[in-house]
Design a protein around this ligand. Structure first.
Ligand code: ASP
Length: 640
């Protein structure tokens, strides 16, 4: 038997887009190809007849080519062409011709030529699609798009987004391989790895009564790979979290997950930043990155200035503490009145209770109507504020405020100056005894107005780091500390001494524990107001990890039951290590100007977790539960 010969040309042919059905794709032919005999294949995008001529735009994912069938030259092909409908799949043989002068289409890469068909073969017929595939801007109900996702993906907007996503993942892989990372897959059937959500579980048939959990992230496995000496790992990892869905959430989603050994925070952030810049420039070269190197903002600063740990830095409108201005007014101008405080009892009570009075200046909104102010008041109430005070600065600089009579002219002027409001601006003030509410509400208001007022350039990519998050936050209900990010995060070295309880016993936790002040070696990357990713340098010593787990409410037995593998592994020589995970779906959505990650997923689920195309979830087959020894007994309140 002779071996098939392998020549460079045959390898080239194997990699080319030519196949037995086509010589070239529908996007390839140019004026240089005139007079070539070619075969192309694709879907009928549009068909029209014009005095003995049938024009067919043939489409594949590479482009569109105009086919002309002349009844006089090719009667059999013309007869077939008269019967084809949109979305039929054809193979066309013909000769490439220049289009007639005046009929070229400069918007189309193939717009100078057409293929004059000598024969047509119908490879597949098609029903009338449930929506227009050839009208990219036609509004289509989303549930119809999801039900017929394979048709939706034929449409240009979806196609372009999936191509962008593919380019994004490729650029990510390229950058990591160049930086010495090894791509490793980790299992989907694992033991619970908590990331703060509910697990999806899979009952085991071989071990009845036991379950696997689908990974909320590969966190423990990637850390174990560092103990293996793998040094640098990455994965385009599918993660599963059973939580209520929002615009930027899906029950399964994709993370770029990475981990590095022998690193500190700076080193991880440096790599990730360089990788992000490279990927952005490769995928969306026309979109400017606002600031390089990326701003690095301490968590407390981010909350103080932007009311958010994922600030949108495309615009200013920073949150300003009005207390100094309001109290300063009393001290100087009105000291004679003998009246301490701000003059306004609501603010005074808030400040006396340790709360905050903060404001933003909304540019150009001084003329806001009563109903606009009411609407903003409703907005802040939705997020927990008790009310919204305002001061408007008219074009001539005069100020008006319903609370002006309490504060007095000087304090109002001082507040306007403190927040940097100029003529035409509207100062919006939130006061609350709970400082977190003030930050959160004003942060949301800032973001909302930034977008409404068009202050955020949609083209700009404003990446920023937020770092030094608190290690823990107090869980009032469960009376324990919760990791703010993930339970394995390391503590900033100078704060290690704070990982103790007031009672001395690490298992006896209280709100007063010094641990509440400890900062984590945790960093998040934000892009245009979205959290794009987060990671940390980890604890790599067993005793410290046990201390941290104890603060998080785990008994010794529980921590060993849940995290035994990693605790044990740390006894076998663990390198200092750290990493991050970034949302590929979110990144692709932001790159393609979308606010919903469904728009960059081939087959996403609806808000209620349904796959409308496949009809999942669905009832099990009769035997499936039986084999697993399960029976469905119903729920008191389904879906809770
Ligand atoms: N596992 C974390 C997450 O999914 C990311 C990390 O810390 O690397 O958010």
């Amino acid at each position: 038997m002779t071996e098939p010969t392998r020549t460079p040309t045959s390898a080239q042919a194997a990699f080319s887009l030519a196949t037995p059905y086509r010589d070239v794709t529908c996007g390839e032919l140019r004026a240089d190809d005139v007079d070539r005999e070619v075969r192309i294949a694709g879907w009928v995008h549009r068909r029209r007849e014009h005095g003995g001529l049938t024009f067919i735009d043939l489409r594949d994912r590479h482009g569109l080519t105009q086919v002309v069938v002349n009844e006089a030259d090719a009667p059999a092909a013309a007869e077939l062409a008269s019967r084809v409908r949109n979305e039929f799949v054809l193979a066309v043989t013909g000769k490439v011709h220049h289009r007639l002068p005046g009929t070229t289409n400069s918007k189309l890469p193939t717009g100078e030529i057409e293929v004059q068909a000598s024969s047509i073969e119908v490879l597949s017929e098609a029903n009338t699609p449930p929506f227009y595939i050839n009208e990219p801007d036609a509004p289509v109900d989303e549930s119809l798009r999801l039900r017929y996702r394979y048709l939706d993906i034929r449409r240009k907007p979806m196609l372009d987004r999936l191509l962008l996503r593919s380019a994004l993942v490729k650029a990510v892989r390229d950058a990591h391989h160049r930086a010495g990372f090894v791509e490793i897959e980790t299992p989907i059937l694992i033991k619970s790895t908590p990331e703060g959500a509910r697990d999806f579980i899979v009952p085991s048939r071989l071990q009845p009564g036991s379950i696997y959990a689908l990974p909320q992230s590969p966190q423990q496995l990637k850390q174990l790979l560092m103990v293996s000496g793998m040094d640098r790992y990455f994965q385009i990892a599918r993660c599963f979290r059973d939580e209520d869905l929002r615009g930027d959430r899906q029950p399964e989603f994709t993370q770029l997950d990475l981990e590095m050994s022998f690193v500190d925070e700076q080193r991880v952030m440096d790599f990730v930043e360089a990788m992000i810049v490279e990927v952005s420039q490769a995928v969306v070269p026309d979109r400017p990155i606002q600031q390089l190197p990326f701003p690095r903002i301490d968590y407390h600063d981010a909350i103080e200035r932007y009311g958010s740990d994922k600030p949108d830095l495309r615009f200013g409108m920073e949150l300003v503490d009005l207390a100094p201005a309001l109290l300063g007014g009393a001290a100087s101008g009105e000291a004679g009145s003998g009246e301490p405080g701000t003059g306004f009892h609501v603010f005074d009570e808030v400040l006396a209770a340790g709360g905050r009075v903060k404001a933003i200046a909304a540019p150009g909104m001084a003329g806001a109507s009563r109903s606009q102010i009411d609407e903003l008041t409703q907005f802040v109430r939705r997020y927990g504020a008790k009310g919204l005070a305002h001061v408007s600065v008219a074009a001539d600089g005069t100020v008006h405020s319903p609370i002006g009579k309490f504060l007095g002219e000087e304090r109002v002027a001082a507040a306007v100056a403190a927040v940097g409001a100029g003529p035409g601006d509207l100062v919006l003030i939130v006061a609350d005894a709970n400082a977190e509410t003030v930050a959160d509400v004003l942060g949301r208001l800032r973001q909302e107005l930034g977008l409404r007022l068009g202050l955020a350039d949609p083209n700009v990519l404003a990446y920023c780091w937020v770092f030094h998050f608190p290690m823990y936050q107090w869980d009032e209900e469960l009376q324990r500390w919760d990791a703010t990010h993930n339970p394995f995060s390391g503590v900033v070295p100078e704060d290690e001494k704070l990982l103790v309880t007031a009672a001395g016993d690490p298992h006896n936790v209280s709100h007063e524990d010094p641990a509440g002040r400890a900062r984590a070696m945790q960093y998040d990357i934000a892009l245009n107001g979205w959290e794009l990713g987060g990671g940390s340098v980890r604890i790599h010593k067993r005793d410290l990890l046990e201390r941290s787990f104890a603060l998080q409410g785990y008994s010794y037995e529980q921590m060993h039951e849940r995290f035994g593998a990693i605790l044990e592994a740390f006894d076998f020589g663990a390198p200092p290590h750290g990493g991050i995970a970034m949302g590929i779906d979110r990144w692709a959505a932001l790159f393609s100007y979308q606010t919903n990650i469904r728009e960059v997923m081939a087959f996403p689920k609806t808000q209620s977790g349904t796959d409308l195309m496949l009809g999942a979830p669905s009832e099990p087959e009769a035997d499936q539960f039986k084999e697993l020894g399960l029976a469905f007994v119903g729920l008191e309140s389904p879906g809770q």
